[in-house]
Write a protein that binds this ligand. Structure first.
Ligand code: KG4
Ligand code: ZN
Length: 342
């Protein structure tokens, strides 16, 4: 089965064609990062306008690169939420037009589910249930238990910022630009991760996350050491970024491993833009023995259409499609916030 995936929830206009939820025929991303960089973050109104501008060329390129005809497509998957209303609307409208013209089903995909299914792209393997998912993106930091397909239990959540936000806000404080995650990751490569220490993070429930204390520590360090006026390639900046990154990632892995043991999972998967982080990709391998660790191929970690196609394929196979009158849902959740397992 051939599924066409469309992603437009934030600042990437992306589409791709996937066979059987795994084999990628095309993967096209038009990023708006440069346009938003000037403002230090995503400007929602501009994001919508740029999606309108770029979507049709991106859809055409995805079909052409896949070497298929429009009539070969069996389903159109699209991000229905969460995300920016105006941005989502552009992709949703295009999906409606495509599906009705091609007379194929359309499948509204939760963006986070898309990130989770990016773990199956280019892989032979399927999920080994129970699966523990660490969702680490610009908007989410959650530990989610999947006992079977499409069953999501929230084990832990961030109490303040998402991990991607923690990277982005710290980078802004340090004058490293937007998006901050890749910037800090790059600069950290040559630094000494033990050079700076950060306060201990405490949360009432041991599987929740909190990054606000670390964010405040970055502000303090910057006031004391004047880090933001250093050149980006200063050894002191590399040391600071390496220490900060190590600390942020240690928070994620510590709780992920705790949950893996508590819930006796067979597999850990990481999902969301921060799964591209080099320290996370390395440290997550230290999972408890016997637990399989998976991560998305690097190029499918940040927002893209193929992950939406992969999740859409799974839903389509299960007979779950979406009616044409669907509307975007900016605050769509995979699991209700109240469902925190004990
Ligand atoms: O999943 P994503 O592309 O968009 C959302 O759904 O939010 O995630 C974007 C986030 C940004 O906060 C960005 O700074 C972060 O992912 N990110 C990284 C890295 N690459 C992207 N964070 C740390 N290290 C990276 N290498
Ligand atoms: Zn995302």
């Amino acid at each position: 089965m051939l599924v066409f995936g469309i992603e437009s929830s934030c600042d990437e206009t992306s589409a791709g064609v996937v066979i059987g939820g795994k084999q990628i025929l095309s993967h096209v991303v038009s990023t708006q990062i440069k346009a938003h960089q000037v403002y230090g973050g995503v400007v929602p109104e501009m994001a919508s306008r740029l999606h309108v501008h770029h979507l049709i060329p991106v859809l055409d390129a995805a079909r052409e690169k896949a070497g298929i005809a429009w009539g070969d497509i069996d389903g159109v998957a699209f991000t229905v939420g969460p995300g920016l209303m105006g941005s989502l609307g552009v992709g949703v409208s295009a999906a409606k037009a495509m599906a009705s013209f091609l007379k194929v089903p359309m499948i509204g995909v939760n963006h986070i589910e898309g990130h989770i299914y990016s773990n199956l792209l280019d892989q032979e393997d399927d999920f080994h249930y129970p699966v523990l998912v660490l969702v680490a993106s610009g908007g989410h930091t959650q530990l989610i238990l999947m006992r079977e397909p499409f069953s999501y239990e929230l084990l832990g959540n961030t109490l303040d910022d998402a991990i991607g936000e923690a990277f982005d806000k710290s980078a802004r404080t340090l004058g490293l630009g937007y998006p901050g995650g890749p910037a800090i990751d790059n600069i950290a490569q040559t630094g000494n991760a033990k050079s700076h220490s950060f306060p201990h993070v405490r949360t009432e429930r041991d599987l929740d996350f909190s990054f606000s204390g670390l964010k405040t520590a970055v502000l303090r360090y910057n006031q004391e050491l004047g880090l933001s006026s250093l050149p980006k390639d200063a050894p002191q900046m590399a040391d600071f970024c390496a220490s900060l990154q190590a600390r942020l990632i240690a928070e994620l892995t510590k709780k992920t491993f705790l949950a893996a043991e508590r819930y006796q999972v067979k597999q850990i998967v990481i999902a969301g833009g921060v799964s591209a982080n080099s320290a996370l990709r390395e440290q997550i391998k230290g999972a408890p023995t016997g637990v399989k660790v998976s991560m998305p191929p690097l190029k499918y970690c940040t927002d893209n259409g193929v992950m939406i196609a992969a999740a859409g394929y799974a839903r389509l196979l299960a007979g779950q499609t979406t009616p044409l009158n669907v509307v975007p849902t900016p605050s769509l959740r995979l699991v209700p916030r109240a469902v925190i397992s004990k």
